[in-house]
Design a protein around this ligand. Sequence first.
Ligand code: GAP
Length: 462
Amino acid sequence: MTRILDAYVTLFSRNYRFMSKTTDTMEKLVSLCKRRGFIFPSSEIYGGLKSCWDYGPLGVELKRNVKEAWWHAMVRRRRDVVGIDCSIFMHPKVWETSGHLAGFNDPMVDCKLCKARFRADTIENQVCPKKPSKRPGDCEGELTEPRQFNLMFKTNMGPVENDDSVVYLRPETAQGIFVNFKNVVDTSRMKPPFGIAQQGKSFRNEIVTENFIFRSREFEQMEMEFFVPPAEADEWYVFWRDARYKWFTDLGVKPEKLRLREHDSDELAHYSKCCADVEYEFPFGWKELEGIANRTDFDLQRHAEATGRDLRFFDDQSKERYFPHVIEPALGVDRATLTFLVDAYEEEELGEGDNRTVLHLHPALAPIKAGIFPLVKKDGLPEIAHQLEDDLREYFNVFYDQSGAIGRRYRRQDEIGTPFCITVDFDTKTDQAVTIRERDKMTQERVPLDQVKAYLDERLKF
Ligand code: GAP
């Protein structure tokens, strides 16, 4: 077990060789994720598949909670946004029209000696995968001239493999929304300004994958296309840029680790008029977490031209027909999950030689909401604790644990971010109350058994 874990940590620390503080935090987090069942390398018993990841029992709960918090803020809580769930495979012409076939490229160079491939635009941050102690070209190999590499994964649909059966795995969820714009308008009676949101898998054949789940080849996105009258686009751009920043701070991300950065004109994607990134200061530097772009009417116009369908919106009050402009907040689920994990991670010294590792996750995101502990394994306490567990399971993901000293049970829950631990003790039999200990301040209070659900409800709100 220890050997596998060591190999695992070594695998992910290679890229951090030049940044020792980084190595420390990321190695520890990667190790915690593996040890406690948050995230495993894909197909691990076959040696792993580079840049693909599996979420374990705790990771899947955390990731679902991240997606739920986004859906709640972006769809359920708003009367002007509806959801959609499109197929991953789309008509191949979609990608021609969107510009992805021609332009979704990264510049790539090869080392002529060791045959390793690098992204030309970020080469100064990369290490040679064959010799991780060296930088690209330091192995005395000559680097080729940069050439464009298309990031879309290609496959064939149906039993015949020829050019006519080529399809692509979608590199973004956004296009499914654009091609369904008219369907949604016709069926939901939404009028600009309104949004269509989607969560789902996207695939990019990244030349370089890096930093654990930060950049991988299979990942999930949460995107919302907000369709507005052209004259309102600037105003809505500012609105969504600021709202998206606030979503992270509302979920507990430290404001000093978060910033908004407007793109320079030479950084803008082919479709966008302006774009801001929400950036987070990861242990490996400030990086893009989410992009908020003004995509203008680029996509609707192009799809209308390509299909001959009228994708303009008809305003029956002004009797005007127009292409709405689009403001797009686009976030990666895995990147958001990594951010919440990194931001929550702390090694705390409690004094007198005592210390603990704790994840200060927002209670709404925590994979387990409460640990339930009988003080001892006898005298009827496990029965009361199991009954409480069964009652709470109807509403929350809780975890029953009767092994080891209470202090050790607290530490195990602290390390995975459980915000509350509930102890059933001898007094419970007479006063029908339990002790609830809060993770961050480690305070304790006595709560009647029949009020535990209301207590948790109140504190898990987002
Ligand atoms: N529809 C616009 C779009 O896809 P993007 O900036 O390419 O924009 C949006 O992607 C977000 O998706 C990024 O900010 C990031 O959070 C996430 N993302 C993009 N590529 C990723 C990758 N290879 N691995 C993990 N997340 C990725």
